[in-house]
Write a protein that binds this ligand. Sequence first.
Ligand code: BTN
Length: 315
Amino acid sequence: MELKEEILKELKKSEYISGEELAKRFFVSRNSVWKAVKKLREEGYEISAMTNRGYCLKGDNDKISAGAIMRNATREREFYILDEVSSTNDYARQLALDGREEAVVIAETQKLGRGRLGRKFYSPKGCGLYMSILCRPRINVELAPLITSYTAVATALAIDSLCGAETKIKWVNDIYMNGKKLCGILTEAAFDFEGGTVDYVIIGIGINVTGREFPKDISDRASSIEKESGARISRNDLAAAILNNMDGMTEKIGLKDYLNIYREKSNVIGRSVKVMYGNSSFDAEAIDIDDNAALVVKTADGVKKLNSGEVSIKI
Ligand code: BTN
């Protein structure tokens, strides 16, 4: 762990701590402590210094930082941490076009955050985790649609483990708690048609972490982890937990075991739903999710399998 990370950890534990004490603790000079504090300030941490008392970490310091994510991550990754961006998915796509193999892009806010079906994704500053993962899984085109359901499981389990409350997954890829949406996933991919393989995938995950007020058009169904569970979790810890759960995705998707958790967490199976499919809609009963993550529904015309589309749950 870098000195600045060690110092940050100490600052989080105590109200004030002197440069001398920090220097002793980490066997470094006071000048090295000062340089590490300077770096932390440059990264956006608000650290005040008081004569005779020392350094103190101020305010809400859950600023997204690669170092803080790496503290809990199981492997190295290339991070792009941005203050503001149009969309992290667009930024990640440019990295893919520039030839990057893998990257993680996270922004404090998105000006043009995108959701599925051409919708906007509300991305206010500092309240959410807006993250896009660029990867190049060596899988056949037929398995690619499973990436979204795999990500939904990885993200839902990460949220559960950190906030101590239980999320549900609304087919295909929305994560709910207490009947309110906390998270959406937008997966975009480029294929190599000749080889029948995936060229690159961008997995965009948007999570409302804090935040209590939402715009009028979504206020009846959107909420945040903090509002629903009462837990104030760190966005850096959340990012690390999701990335750890995403590890091994290529192999796990092929085995399909994760689909059992996807089914267990479904808030749709066994419910009456309205299916929106293209320009039409019909009523159905959701009865299962199959091994291709398709929703199996019973309708007046018999059983159907839906590979895409959207369902709304009828009360
Ligand atoms: C949805 O709810 O329909 C999907 C929302 C996906 C939002 C995330 S936030 C990070 C990434 N960047 C985007 O522009 N969209 C995704």
